[in-house]
Design a protein. Structure first.
Length: 134
């Protein structure tokens, strides 16, 4: 559940939409007004993922986890971090985040992603991550 003020943003992201700059600014404002709430940070991260701005999304996932450990229960967070770990530029940072936030609990999801990944370089990156989760 998200607060009423964030519901429209969550719905838009859940439906595959993108947030406009003004809407992302509203998330940022809400987060600064509610510093103990990880939900606007998670939505901010997901908004950036929807835009394909993975390097900007990663710090928001980390801040969300640092704000509230329960952020790790977000249904999209691990999948988004795994996707980031397949990229050449974010492989190490995303792998570190997965190990830190999920530890060995991520092994099954990462192993599944390895099996589903058709691109060799991306699959190899995930295979390296799986080995560190054993």
């Amino acid at each position: 559940e998200v607060p009423r003020e964030l519901a429209a943003y969550k719905r838009r992201i859940d439906e595959g939409g993108r947030l406009r700059r003004r809407q992302i600014g509203s998330l940022r404002s809400y987060a600064s007004e509610h510093p103990g709430d990880a939900r606007p940070l998670l939505l901010h991260a997901r908004a950036y993922v929807a835009q394909g701005w993975l390097s900007q999304a990663l710090p928001y996932f980390l801040r969300a986890f640092e704000t509230d450990i329960r952020a790790r229960n977000d249904p999209e967070m691990l999948a988004d971090l795994i996707h980031m770990a397949t990229t050449e530029t974010l492989e190490q940072e995303a792998a570190d985040a997965i190990r830190r936030i999920y530890g060995n609990e991520a092994r099954t999801a990462v192993a599944k992603a390895v099996a589903e990944q058709s691109e060799t370089p991306r699959r190899e990156r995930l295979q390296r991550l799986v080995q560190t989760l054993e």
